[in-house]
Ligand binder design. Structure first.
Ligand code: HDD
Length: 694
């Protein structure tokens, strides 16, 4: 790395990784033993056309290494994308916790974050309807702290002993390994229909939260209630929230499905490109703080029940720090694939609670890495290695990397001077919570309400969000072949809301429930995505459709205005290269239209120019591009003759998010402002799009 200033910006983790960074593109080609190789294109054979020889150690090594390149993928969350960055607390939280990364505002703690889908395998696409993982490894000075969360604040089940069941049910069915990256199949809904505690998480899954526009535009949640413990040994319950600066935004379902084919790496590419462009994604860490004496103050909510959230209306989220992702990994396998998040990675000042999900997770994550990463030394892999010094009597095992010195490998010892010592202070100390009771297998009575918060979520949605939820249930249950499963789910939905159950029933060919249930009528002001708009239009992708004869002044004015706001306009034409502008100039094309699709953009602009507009009107691909963007509620804009292309695509004269200017040349400021505002609003779901053919 170059200058001293640049070096200061590097995190301690980045510098630690220097120890293992290699550049194999320098010097001579060698074997793994460092022996120079004379020929890597031809096997050693007995005679020019004869058999290969066993003694060809280079051939054997090369093939052996290739044969063993793959490791088992994660049993869930196999598909993921990671990035480096840092976390910095705004003000000391020492009144709540002794964790030093939460107490020292001058500290930038290095992090590695991995986002993921849950159901699909490692090679599945990025945009199925699914929960997204949001896992953060913080390399603190007191050891690694892993906050292994999701983009939804609740979970399907209440007890970790049900995790294999829910995962078996949602994963591809075992007889035919279908479907990939989808929950729309019989086994998942069979499980849901028989396990009512899933109802709250499932309604989140049927909402647009399950199809995020970008990893950079989704919230993250620690899900469980954690315990913070301060220097005086006092404990407080907290819930962790990550809130993206760019707002919480989603795709629409039809779009998400099409992206799966057009660009299976859509979310991965988006994260990578934004970081490469210096548009570093950022989240605010917020905490809900619940003093121990208020533990039982929330009717219907047991803090140990992962299927419940604590409504922000009751306990507000206090912003406490920022997370910034500013560096892409050097190597996907070494970093993103080998990173091992473990819920049991805790630091002094942060402790767990008795949530039975969390308790099971304390076991499962370490356990799974033993198979996935081939043994107990996975914490020594560069991406997992803490920055804090490691000293203990653990030894040996597959892949041991360190050469331990001395002979005292036990405690207590005198031969090694008693080292390493158990420190008098600063150690992780489990909160001395009082525990007593009979051993039993029993779900607490306080976990019993499986519907109240699903109803709260439903009641808190805007009209368009409700429409999307109904459509999602209809889609998913519509794929379920067994009618009795559909009936059972509709029966459960009747406990969430009678109208919802009726609407879903109508869509999936089952009789709507006759008996009207009572909706408690409560709402929360914090659950709808409409209250999470974010800031600006930075990194929004805008397609500018052009052909020969385009109005150059309009193109220039619009692209400059968008670029100035951090958006990314791309000039698309029927073929790559350049187009001739109306004034005889030449305009470079970013890509050919046919290599892309409207679903890969946030907005579409059609600049004027009579000949350009005429060519686009005659081009079915261009018309479909516009109609589809409009149907997906995206901003669509036109200047001059560009308006005729919108007409040809079947768009109405006026609609929310439709911005037009009649004249040629650089459009006036109110057009530009209208377009920017329309993009900032993300989508315009208050349109009537049912009749649009796309
Ligand atoms: Fe889990 C991976 C999140 C419940 C067992 N989980 C995994 C990852 C995330 C979560 C984000 C991917 C980490 C990465 O990027 O490598 N899991 C959650 C959340 C849960 C949850 C938010 C509920 C609140 N998980 C849960 C339970 C169990 C597991 C109850 C088992 C009892 N999860 C695993 C696992 C995985 C995993 C099998 C697979 C790969 C891995 O751990 O490293 O151990």
């Amino acid at each position: 790395m170059g200058s001293a200033a640049q070096d200061r910006d590097r995190t301690a983790k980045d510098r630690q990784l220097d120890e293992v960074r290699v550049d194999p593109l320098q010097g001579a080609l060698t074997t793994d033993q460092g022996v120079p190789v004379d020929d890597t294109d031809n096997s050693l054979t007995a005679g020019e056309r004869g058999p290969s020889l066993l003694q060809d150690f280079h051939l054997r090594e090369k093939i052996t290494r290739f044969d063993h390149e793959r490791i088992p993928e994660r049993v869930v969350h196999a598909r993921g994308s990671g990035a480096h960055g840092y976390f910095q607390v705004h003000e000391s939280l020492e009144h709540l916790t002794s964790a030093n990364f939460l107490c020292d505002p001058t500290l930038r703690t290095p992090v590695f974050v991995r986002f993921s889908t849950v159901q699909g395998g490692r090679g599945s696409n990025d945009t199925p309807r699914d929960v997204r993982g949001f896992a953060v490894k913080l390399y603190t000075q007191e050891g690694n702290f892993d906050l292994v969360g999701n983009n939804m604040p609740v979970f399907f089940i209440q007890d970790g002993i049900k995790f294999p069941d829910v995962v078996h049910a949602v994963k591809p069915e075992i007889h035919n390994e279908i479907p990939t990256g989808a929950s729309a199949h019989d086994t998942f809904w069979d499980f849901v229909s028989l396990q009512p505690e899933t109802m709250h998480h499932v309604i989140w899954l049927m909402s647009d939260r399950a199809i995020p526009r970008s990893f950079r535009m989704m919230q993250g949640f620690g899900v469980h209630t954690f315990r913070l413990v301060n220097g005086a040994g006092e404990s407080t319950f907290v819930k962790f929230h990550w809130t993206p600066k760019l707002g919480t935004h989603s795709l629409v379902w039809d779009e998400a499905q099409k992206i799966g084919g057009k660009d299976p790496d859509f979310n991965r590419r988006d994260l990578w490109d934004a970081i490469e462009a210096g548009q570093y994604p950022e989240w605010e860490l917020g905490i809900q703080v619940i003093p121990p004496e208020q533990e039982f103050d929330f009717p219907g909510v047991d803090l140990l029940d992962a299927t419940k959230l604590v409504p922000e209306d009751l306990v507000p989220v206090t912003p406490v720090g920022r997370l910034v992702l500013d560096r892409n990994p050097d190597n996907f396998f070494a970093e993103t694939e080998q990173v091992a998040y473990c819920v049991n990675n805790l630091v002094p000042g942060i402790d767990v609670t008795d949530d039975p999900m969390m308790q099971a997770r304390m076991f499962s994550y370490l356990d799974t890495q033993l198979t996935r990463l081939g043994g107990p030394n996975f914490a020594q892999l560069p991406i997992n290695r803490p920055l804090a010094p490691v000293a203990n009597h653990q030894q040996d095992g597959f892949g041991q990397q360190s050469v331990r010195q001395g002979t005292a490998n036990y405690h207590p010892n005198s031969i090694g001077g008693g080292c390493p010592v158990v420190p008098g202070s600063g150690a992780f100390t489990h909160f001395p919570q009082h525990v007593e009771g009979p051993k039993l297998r029993k779900r607490p009575e306080s976990f019993a309400d499986h519907f109240g918060q699903a109803t709260l979520f439903w009641n808190s949605m805007s009209d368009w969000e409700k429409k999307h939820i109904v459509a999602a249930y209809r889609f998913e249950l519509g794929k379920v072949t067994r009618k009795e499963i559909r009936e059972r789910v509709v029966g459960l939905l009747n406990n969430v809301d009678h109208e919802l159950a009726g609407l879903v029933a109508q869509g999936v060919g089952v009789t709507p429930p006759a008996e009207a249930t009572v909706n408690h009528g409560a709402t929360s002001a914090f659950l709808s995505q409409t209250v999470l708009p974010g800031e600006g239009i930075a990194t929004r992708m805008v397609a500018v459709l052009v052909a020969d004869g385009v109005d150059a002044a309009a193109v220039e004015a619009v692209t400059e205005a968008l670029t100035a706001q951090g958006a990314v306009p791309e000039i698309l034409a029927a073929v790559d290269g350049t187009v001739t502008t109306a004034d005889g100039g030449s305009l470079p094309v970013t890509r050919s239209m046919t290599t892309m699709a409207s679903v890969l953009y946030d907005a579409v602009v059609v600049p004027g120019g009579a000949a350009s507009a005429e060519a686009l009107v005659a081009d079915g691909f261009a018309r479909h591009f516009i109609a589809e963007a409009y149907k997906h509620a995206k901003p669509v804009a036109a200047t001059g003759a560009g308006r005729s292309v919108l007409d040809a695509a079947g768009l109405p004269e006026a609609a929310p998010g439709l911005v037009a200017h009649d004249g040629d040349g650089a459009p006036p400021q109110d057009f530009v402002t209208g377009l920017v505002d329309a993009i900032a609003a993300h989508r315009h779901h208050d349109r009537d799009v049912d009749a649009i053919a796309a």
